[in-house]
Design a binder for this molecule. Structure first.
Ligand SMILES: Cc1ncc(COP(=O)(O)O)c(C=O)c1O
Length: 488
């Protein structure tokens, strides 16, 4: 039944409140999405069966909600085709307006407020990649590259090269091509609840560049989650920035520890890296009330497997949050394509920083990604990947998690309802992290130690990526790891 989920058109982020009944909650969520322009006219909705399965509702409930919205004129149906958003006037126009004219290039069109006087120099060395694909690939932070949507990418590339005017090969707005910024503004609103417009989006080469641009436009110490990604902490350190630890517990980042002395906080509210917990609603409120700039790293927001929707934090405070997304986990890290949705007060300085950093991101890739989003091939790819990774996660939990046959009793696997990786915490009595890693290396299993994610002494553990291996190779990789944990 689930096999064909990927063919159902658009992906959708809906927060259904069940206070007044499920059907009513769904109706209101859909109505709101149409009214505020997140679901533009003509958008195909998923079938009642697939939406029911995704939201954990009965098919009858979804069907009744669709019927009601058809009666109200929000949705339209035609015999033999999907239910679509009807032609209604959204109250918030910014997101549904046609994109503004492409800018002729840096310096011509964009009025850039003056940014900081000098851009710091960066050390751009990247961590060395492994020389060959490991026998058992459980590296975190990497999607299944064998499932890259090569056909759709090729189709989109052909389309772009055969239809784009020659001017696309000329200078580009430092924020990126308008086609991609417009596609992203719609996509992010629809799937993640991000509130933005094409003018406020900056296309980057990924999260790492977003950080590098932001350190050029904000002064003062920057808080990073503890535990958090050591690579990004190092990026900030190399940029000469003081970082302040923002401790994380079972409810996510302890945002009440943030003070006025901290300029910005880099957080992962949808799925804390690496513990996996979503930021608790009370903490979200407190973060909104804190006066500093929030940098939201939504690195794997698309991949949530339970039915608890966790929208982007940015949607609750668009004037104070820089939302950052990337294709590194959804498509491939080698594309180097990401985006920022920037508050209006920062868009000028960020665009200027981008201009003086690399002029703009490479254009053909941007146009191909825009086409992929416009045709919904991107949605289809995400939905298929989400199903695949959900199955893999279930397999991992069944093989390594608590229960009969667990290879190493006492192992904890917290926060695995989302993402492409799991944090496996080792029992205090051992075995030691180093010992296990050495054994994994001997057997050709590639994964990461968890302890470097803490600044000080972190608990021993493993960071397991369950997306990187191909479909066929994954069960063998899991089995090999289970044997190492069992000491056999
Ligand atoms: C926590 C976190 N943030 C962001 C990213 C993406 O970084 P980039 O877009 O620079 O590849 C990753 C890795 O994919 C990650 O693990």
């Amino acid at each position: 039944m689930r096999k064909d989920w990927a063919g159902f058109g658009v992906d959708l982020h809906l927060e259904v409140s069940t206070g007044g009944g499920r059907r009513r909650g769904l109706e209101e969520a859909l109505r709101q999405a149409v009214r505020d322009g997140r679901l533009p006219r003509g958008t195909r909705l998923p079938s009642t069966r697939s939406l029911a399965a995704e939201l954990g509702l009965s098919r009858g409930t979804v069907s009744a909600a669709y019927d009601q919205l058809v009666a109200e004129g929000y949705l339209a149906t035609r015999p033999g085709s999907a239910t679509e958003v009807a032609d209604v006037s959204p109250t918030t126009l910014s997101r549904s307006e046609p994109p503004s004219e492409p800018s002729p290039g840096p310096g011509h069109h964009l009025q850039l407020p003056t940014g900081p006087s000098a851009a710091p120099l960066y050390d751009l060395r990247l961590p060395a990649g492994p020389s060959a694909t490991p026998l058992h690939d459980l590296r975190p932070g990497q999607p299944d590259l064998s499932a890259f949507p090569a056909r759709a990418w090729l189709r989109a590339t052909r389309h772009v090269l055969s239809t784009a005017p020659a001017e696309v090969l000329g200078p580009c707005d430092p924020r990126g091509r308008i086609e991609l910024r417009a596609a992203l503004a719609g996509y992010l609103a629809r799937t993640r609840g991000v509130i933005t417009t094409p003018d406020l989006i900056v296309v980057t080469t990924g999260f790492v560049q977003a950080l590098n641009l932001l350190v050029q436009v904000i002064d003062g110490p920057i808080a990073t989650e503890e535990p958090g990604h050591d690579f990004y902490r190092e990026v900030l350190r190399r940029a000469g920035r003081e970082t302040v630890p923002l401790p994380v517990d079972g409810l996510g980042a302890q945002v009440d520890t943030l003070t006025g002395a901290t300029a910005a906080a880099v957080v992962t509210p949808a799925h804390q890296y690496p513990t996996g917990v979503p930021l608790h609603p009370a903490r979200r409120r407190a973060l909104r009330e804190w006066g500093g700039l929030v940098v939201e790293d939504d690195y794997d927001g698309e991949f949530r497997y339970d039915r608890q929707p966790v929208g982007a934090f940015q949607g609750t405070a668009p004037d104070r949050v820089v939302y950052v997304g990337t294709t590194s986990e959804s498509l491939a890290p080698a594309l180097r394509l990401g985006w920022m949705a920037v508050p209006p007060s920062l868009i000028g300085p960020v665009a200027e920083a981008k201009l003086h950093t690399d002029t703009h991101t490479e254009v053909l890739g941007q146009l191909v990604l825009a086409r992929l989003i416009e045709t919904h091939d991107y949605d289809r790819h995400i939905r298929a990947a989400r199903l695949r990774y959900r199955r893999r996660r279930e397999l991992m939990l069944a093989r390594l998690g608590p229960g009969p046959g667990q290879p190493l009793p006492g192992v904890a696997l917290p926060g695995v309802a989302a993402g492409l990786r799991a944090l496996l915490l080792l029992p205090e009595e051992g075995p030691a992290e180093g010992e296990l890693l050495a054994e994994c290396e001997r057997r050709g299993i590639a994964l990461r130690a968890a302890s470097p994610l803490w600044r000080g002494d972190g608990p021993g553990g493993l960071l397991i990526g369950y997306a990187a291996a191909s479909e066929r190779a994954y069960p063998h990789a899991l089995e090999a790891l289970a044997r190492v944990l069992a000491g056999t």
